[in-house]
Every structure is written in structure tokens, then in C-alpha cells.
Design a protein around this ligand. Structure first.
Ligand SMILES: Cc1cc2nc3c(=O)[nH]c(=O)nc-3n(C[C@H](O)[C@H](O)[C@H](O)COP(=O)(O)O)c2cc1C
Length: 186
């Protein structure tokens, strides 16, 4: 099968690419808006791109009306955000927080999650998440209508580093997958 990505016809580029680029990590991003309202939403156009210093990237598209998504708006305003780890038991709540709510809606309340103060940034974390990354906005760039957010990780918190405890989840196409470690024999 061949797919001409410069002239896509008869297929959906998003469905194709997200079927082959797997699994994608999920950043469950918490932030705080101008009026002090907390925000929470998942992003899987996300990755770690440098380790010294540690830098992550989020790619955030626009809302249907062309406005910035609340997460991007908040990060540009406050200059920080928190990435919460998604575990198997959080999948349903992740989906709930991905709905397009207006800025005055606090998705922590919608999903019944607990916002908790963190150490180095103003944004809260999800108390129920088993690990979190506190990030400062390094820079933002616009690319074909996407907001690319580069964040510097300034603190990491984790209740464990054992995958059996963390039970991390990835994005598999438009669904989710569990991650299982493969131990290579040396
Ligand atoms: C698992 C998952 C991953 C997502 N990844 C992205 C993404 O990488 N970029 C994006 O713009 N939207 C992504 N979305 C959609 C956003 O979560 C959704 O637009 C959300 O309403 C944004 O909320 P906000 O306006 O509060 O920032 C994803 C949704 C789900 C369920």
C-alpha cells in the first residue's frame, strides 16, 4: 500500500499516521487560567526531546473556531504547566477531560479529580496520578496553525518507578494500549 502524503485522497492522514506511529505517550496536562480556574486535558502529540536540560514538546491544534485551546492559552499566560502520568485506571477520566469545555469549566471537577499544589510551578497536579513533571514554558512556536510548546522540566515527582505500579498507558491510533516491558537478555 502506498499513500501520497502530499496529495492525500481516499484516506485520512491522521488515522493512517496514528496507526503506524505507535504507541504515543500521553501528557495529561494541568494548567491554570487567567481567572485562576484549573484546566486539565490530554495531549499525545507529545514527547521528550532533550534530556540535558530535560525538554518536552506538546503540539496543540486550534479549536474548531480557530481560537487557541485553553491549555495553550493558559501556558502562554502563566508560563508553566504540569504533565501527569496516565495509568490504566485513568483512561475514562482522560476521555472526559478531552471534551471541549469553555475556559470557565474546571475539568478537575468534571472528572472528580483532586488538584494539588506542586513545588516549583503555579499549575496544580492531579493527586490521583502516580507521577508528574513540573514544567516551565521555554518557548512557543506556531507551525501550520499548531502551537508548539517547549517546556523545561524543573521537577519530577513519582510514587514509584516500577512499571507494574505505574501501569502507564499509550495512545494507539484513536484508542489506548497498556505497556509491557520486554527484558532483553544480554
Ligand atoms: C488521548 C488524547 C490525546 C490528545 N492529543 C491531543 C494533541 O496532541 N493535541 C491536541 O491539540 N489535542 C489533543 N487531544 C484533544 C484535546 O485533549 C482536546 O481538544 C481538549 O478539549 C483540549 O482541552 P483544552 O481546550 O482545555 O486545552 C487529545 C485527546 C485525547 C483523548
Amino acid at each position: 500500500m502506498l499513500f501520497d502524503m502530499e496529495n492525500p485522497s481516499g484516506f485520512d492522514p491522521y488515522s493512517l499516521l496514528t496507526r503506524l506511529i505507535v504507541p504515543r505517550p500521553i501528557a495529561w496536562v494541568s494548567s491554570v487560567g487567567k481567572e485562576g480556574i484549573f484546566n486539565l486535558a490530554p495531549f499525545s502529540f507529545f514527547n521528550l526531546i532533550c534530556d540535558e536540560p530535560p525538554i518536552v514538546i506538546l503540539s496543540i491544534s486550534r479549536k474548531d473556531d480557530g481560537c487557541r485551546k485553553d491549555t495553550a492559552e493558559n501556558i502562554l499566560h502563566t508560563g508553566d504547566f504540569v504533565i501527569n502520568l496516565v495509568s490504566v485506571e485513568h483512561v475514562q477520566k482522560v476521555m472526559l477531560t478531552s471534551e471541549e469545555f469553555p475556559p470557565e469549566v474546571d475539568e478537575f471537577k468534571v472528572a472528580g479529580l483532586t488538584p494539588t499544589k506542586v513545588h516549583k510551578v503555579k499549575s496544580p497536579r492531579v493527586a490521583e496520578a502516580k507521577a508528574w513533571l513540573e514544567c516551565l514554558l521555554l518557548k512557543q512556536e506556531e507551525l501550520f496553525g499548531y502551537d508548539l510548546i517547549f517546556g523545561r522540566v524543573v521537577l519530577v515527582g513519582a510514587e514509584s518507578l516500577d512499571y507494574k505500579v505505574l501501569k502507564p498507558v499509550g495512545r494507539l491510533s484513536e484508542s489506548f494500549c497498556e505497556l509491557i516491558e520486554i527484558n532483553q537478555e544480554k
